[in-house]
Design a protein around this ligand. Sequence first.
Ligand code: G1P
Length: 294
Amino acid sequence: MSISRPIRKVVFPAAGLGTRILPATAVLPKELLPIVDKPIIQYGVEEAVASGLSQIVLVNSPGKRILEDHFGPHAALDALLARRGKSALLGGLRELTAGIELSTAFQDEPLGLGHAVLVSRGRVGDEPFAVVLSDDVIDADPPALAQMLAVFARVDGPVLLVERVPREAVGRYGVIAGDALGDGVHSVIDLVEKPAPEDAPSDLAIIGRYLLTPDIYPALAQTARGLGGEIQLTDGLRRLLAQRPIFAVELDGVRHDAGNKPGYLRAILHFAGKHPELRRELPGPTGGVVPEAR
Ligand code: G1P
């Protein structure tokens, strides 16, 4: 049984440069690129809210205030749409915006995911919290964060979301070694950031969702720059693992990495395939959702 306090806050690191989808991201933050009719980050915020987490901490770079603008208020647009009887066009954005509490922490330099989490410390304080990497777009029922929260309530420690990936793809992820505890839950024994396939401890990749305890902050503060000269969250977790147990749970759902071109295309096809107006526009007998190459 967990003795942790309940999780209320979700950190969204969003200060990255989006280099894998240039030139689209030269001006527009990658988090605002649309998947069908909603920007990437909105899927993550909706997942958080659907999982009962409504305090959003955006880790942003000073030049990307447009990201906060998306979450409103949109008084002039609201009023115009209301006058025309077209409020439904906002597709739930107004309700979403009204239901969240948004705060921002700034990451002035792109020093890595671990550093992005570290700068959220002042906003999060001394309580457990979630981290969502919004370019991992997940379609799951119950939502991915809710699946993790159910595990967090049973164990005493951080919970990472993992998925089995092809061996040749492990180098794109943090990879865990774990002891299977049943029901897709693993006790983490080790974790390594972006290993070569021959060095990977398993095929269980961390996929952009973390439930963390506040002791990650001092661990990250002591973590030296690692791969790419950046402070890696995986390295901070590895340091924390020396002090406390850490757990991982396998996702029951579908995930697309919308932070690169093929994954972004697959995410669009996936959600278009579920969209009542668009699915018949797609190729293939069922309005073909293109499966990820395995
Ligand atoms: C980051 C993390 C990595 C994790 C991945 C999930 O890498 O560093 O451990 O597996 O997100 O998407 P990035 O995709 O930012 O290179």
